[in-house]
Design a binder for this molecule. Structure first.
Ligand code: ATP
Ligand code: MG
Length: 356
């Protein structure tokens, strides 16, 4: 096992800079996820760590070893690809044995280790099957066993679950986590499924056009996103421009208004005169019938109400014609509202403001 240090890595294809001085440290044994939209550079970064891509600048270290110029074969990595990349003409057993044979492991050890690996992914009974005779989930597990059997220092997984149906994806999350935790393998996982990232990761790196927009625990990214991009990418958020106005007091003091209503107690800040962005999770907001003098209450009208069982989702139109989404959970819903009702949206005092 090893920590991974990505130090100022640059990667260019033709004229396009795909990774821009990207730095990231993955501690030994941690499970980190790269999350971001298509084309942001997730696969490119993973391929740089694996040694399939040569960075144009920067360094990659496994523990203290600089592996930037070390070939893939000598990096001691296990890799699982989105399409599994199994050998179609080899059985499950031979697919898993491949890396051990390449490393000239003695025959008796190969049999023992392959059987052990297949057993861990519950595929011992299918050892003699060819990939074409297996389901997507079974192939995926062969790929996982093949990556783990060599006892790699680092495990790299590029959207390994994206070809599976919803139920299998959920099951495989647990299989993967159990295996990597048990082996203590440092893992970099790529997905563009935010729920998968939240559920599985020690830390998530949200990528934006070749850079890391924010690195944090799932709780940090959800609770304190640094900008609207991150807020919008993780979970769903109302992202509402609120100009930072002078208060008339000390020069550094600003206040925010939404539809003419002052917002008190906001966390974070935008520069005076700049645009602030209020980030409000739908479930953090609440609704009440119109009443005078309620702090942080913004008047609006219910456009649509959707009952979703454990929660009810509302689209509210504010007086400036902008829309805001509010979700009330069944357990703490004090009042219900219908389309056409006049309401007030309550913005909690610790809501977050970031710079635009
Ligand atoms: N071999 C290559 N030659 C030229 N351009 C490339 C090459 N590989 C990747 N790119 C470009 O680099 C950018 C990042 O690609 P990358 O595959 O890393 O994105 P990604 O985040 O993995 O996206 P996805 O979620 O769609 O898999 C894209 O614009 C892509 O077109
Ligand atoms: Mg990719």
């Amino acid at each position: 096992m090893a920590s991974i240090t990505i130090d100022n890595v640059v990667k260019q294809f033709a004229n396009q800079t795909v990774l821009q001085n990207l730095s990231l440290h993955v501690p030994d044994g941690a499970f980190y996820t790269l999350l971001g939209p298509s084309g942001c550079g997730k696969t490119t970064l993973l391929r740089c760590i694996a040694g399939f891509n040569d960075p144009d600048g920067g360094r990659i270290l496994f523990d203290q070893d600089d592996v930037t110029r070390v070939s893939t074969h000598h990096r001691d990595i296990g890799m699982v690809f989105q399409d599994y990349a199994l050998f179609p003409d080899k059985t499950a057993f031979d697919n898993v044995a491949y890396g051990l044979r390449a490393r000239k492991v003695p025959k008796a050890d190969i049999a023992r280790r392959v059987n052990e690996a297949l057993d861990k992914v519950s595929l011992l009974a299918l050892a003699d099957r060819y990939p074409a005779q297996m389901s997507g989930g079974q192939r995926q597990r062969v790929a996982l066993a093949r990556a783990l059997v060599i006892r790699p220092r680092v495990l790299l997984m590029d959207e390994p679950l994206s070809n599976l149906d919803a139920k299998m994806r959920l099951q495989m999350r647990d299989v993967i986590l159990d295996l990597v935790r048990e082996a203590g393998i440092t893992t970099v996982f790529v997905t563009h499924d935010q729920e998968e990232a939240l559920a599985m990761s020690d830390r998530i790196a949200i990528m934006d056009r070749g850079s890391i927009a924010q690195l944090g625990t799932p709780e940090e990214l959800y609770g304190t996103p640094v900008n609207a991009y991150v807020a919008d990418f993780i979970g769903s958020a109302n992202v509402i421009p609120v100009p930072a106005e002078p208060t008339g007091g000390a020069a550094s003091h600003v206040r925010y208004r939404l539809c003419g209503q002052q917002l008190d107690g906001m966390q974070g800040s935008a520069a005076l005169g700049a645009q602030g962005i209020l980030i409000a999770r739908p479930e953090a907001l609440s609704l009440m019938a119109p009443a005078p003098h309620v702090p942080n209450a913004i008047a609006g009208e219910v456009l649509r109400r959707q009952y979703l069982g454990f929660k009810t989702a509302y689209r509210i139109r504010l007086h400036d014609a902008s829309e805001i989404r509010v979700e009330l959970h069944a357990g703490n819903m004090v009042a219900d509202f219908q389309a056409g009702d006049a309401v007030q949206v309550l913005v909690p005092a610790d809501s977050r403001i970031v710079g635009a």
